[in-house]
Write a protein that binds this ligand. Structure first.
Ligand code: EPU
Length: 407
């Protein structure tokens, strides 16, 4: 694959930013918002509650949650998108109540929300689980020190948003350091929140009585950028990726360089080149700044056609290997022992009908299809649309023969 491509706004920064607009009665204007299934689900959720949503340009949103008519995130929306849980903190903090469906299990693991709930309880919320819903109430949240025993991205975001309107100081210890958490924090600061330690594992929030409107541009999607880099690598291509932030992708760069990719920053863009079969890599997923679990499946596609034996360990989610059986149907040689996959690279994969089980698995299968002989047809491609904007247009502009045959 050859050519230039631009990265869209980050899904996992856009979703909490949209939820954060519930914290103020004033207008919040977001730019660089990607067009994605999950963003539509989040907007639907806010509109049902009474938020006024306008889209003045294709990638900008004006949101105004002046008066809400409902404080509920219903099961039918939460079951399609776990990130709906992000409305919990803002609703309790501003309105003193929320009713949010429990997300339940999902295709990458059981994914509990206990840390979100324990944190809110420590801030004074009364929480009950009734009929599959979390019901939370509190006149005004009170700041407290909350220590996360596991690094949680949406857990940190939920409690950080809640703490902005709480009385007094909240300290989040072992907070998630993902760039998307920092992007949300910057939005909250421009809405008038007092937050220190942004980007560190210790975030300190001094609560204020109210927040105001703001304007902010969502950061570029480091996972989309990474997926496009792997697309260049797996096809022995030369691609210039515009709009990514290299600082957010350092470990990925390391691993791709280990695999033999030449990566250069040219004119503020990322040039990814590969002219041979990938060398083997050893990867262990970890919270940021470690190797992102959201890039694990794509890296596995690359390792499948490597020269030698790679090892990929998934430590963040317990069941994020659903793509392996599909890759094996395309001829990949992979053995799994617990949470580690051993991949014996093969010279070529062969096209096959395969099924996507989650968002990043769908990206992995599309990448594998680019490198496979013959035709690969990926079904349940709605998973891809949840988190990648116009992926088939972007790839075909780079020379891939890819076509959407039905939704
Ligand atoms: N966890 C708990 N209890 C909690 C919260 C999390 O045990 O209360 C565990 C999870 O089960 C998991 C680990 O902690 O084993 C980390 O999960 P985390 O809470 O960080 O995940 P998340 O916030 O639900 C976000 C992204 C995911 C991404 C993960 C990890 C959003 C909207 N989602 O999920 O993105 O994989 O962080 O980086 O930000 C994706 O985009 O494909 C995606 C799944």
């Amino acid at each position: 694959m050859q050519g230039e491509v631009s990265v869209s706004g980050a899904k996992n920064a856009a979703l909490p930013s949209i939820a954060a607009t519930l914290l103020t009665e004033q207008e919040v204007f977001l730019e660089n918002v990607p067009h994605l299934g999950d963003v539509c689900t989040m907007l639907n959720l806010l509109m049902r509650m009474g938020t006024q949503v306008e889209r003045p340009t294709p990638h900008s949103l004006s949101l105004r949650a002046e008066r809400l008519t409902s404080w509920e995130a219903p099961y039918e929306l939460v079951k399609t998108m776990r990130a709906s849980i992000l409305v919990l903190g803002p609703l309790v903090a501003r309105f003193g109540r929320a009713r949010v469906s429990l997300p339940g299990g999902c295709s990458i693991g059981s994914r509990p929300i206990d840390l979100h709930l324990i944190g809110l309880e420590r801030m004074g919320a009364q929480i009950e689980l009734k009929e599959g819903y979390v019901e939370a109430e509190c006149r005004r949240l009170k700041g407290n020190t909350i220590l996360f025993d596991i690094s949680t991205v949406t857990g940190t975001e939920n409690l950080m948003m809640a703490a902005c309107l709480a009385e007094g100081r909240t300290v989040l210890e072992n907070a998630a350091r993902e760039p998307e958490v920092s992007d949300l924090a910057q939005l909250l600061v421009s809405m008038g929140a007092h937050i220190e330690g942004i980007g560190s594992g210790r975030i300190v929030i001094e609560g204020v009585k109210e927040l105001k409107g703001a304007r902010r541009r969502i950061i570029p999607d480091r996972i989309e950028a990474g997926t496009l880099m792997v697309a260049a690598g797996i096809t022995k291509g030369d691609v210039l990726i515009r709009g990514g932030i290299p600082e957010h992708m350092q470990i990925l760069f390391e691993k791709l360089r280990e695999a033999g990719m030449t990566i250069q920053i040219v004119d503020q863009a990322i040039r990814a080149r590969m002219d041979r079969r990938p060398s083997p890599v050893n990867v262990r997923t970890l919270p940021y700044p470690g190797f992102a679990t959201d890039m694990q499946a794509q890296m596995m596609a690359l390792a499948s056609v490597g020269r030698g034996r790679s090892m990929i360990a998934e430590t963040v989610f317990e069941n994020r290997f659903m793509h392996i059986n599909e890759l094996m149907r395309m001829g990949a040689k992979i053995r799994v022992a617990g949470s580690t996959a051993f991949i014996q690279g093969v010279p070529r994969l062969s096209g096959a009908p395969v099924m996507a089980t989650d968002l990043r698995a769908s990206a992995c299968l599309v990448l594998a299809g680019l490198a496979a002989d013959g035709v690969t047809s990926v079904s349940r491609v709605y998973h891809l649309d949840r988190g990648y904007e116009g992926m088939e247009q972007k790839l075909s502009a780079l020379g891939a023969r890819i076509e959407r045959v039905s939704d």
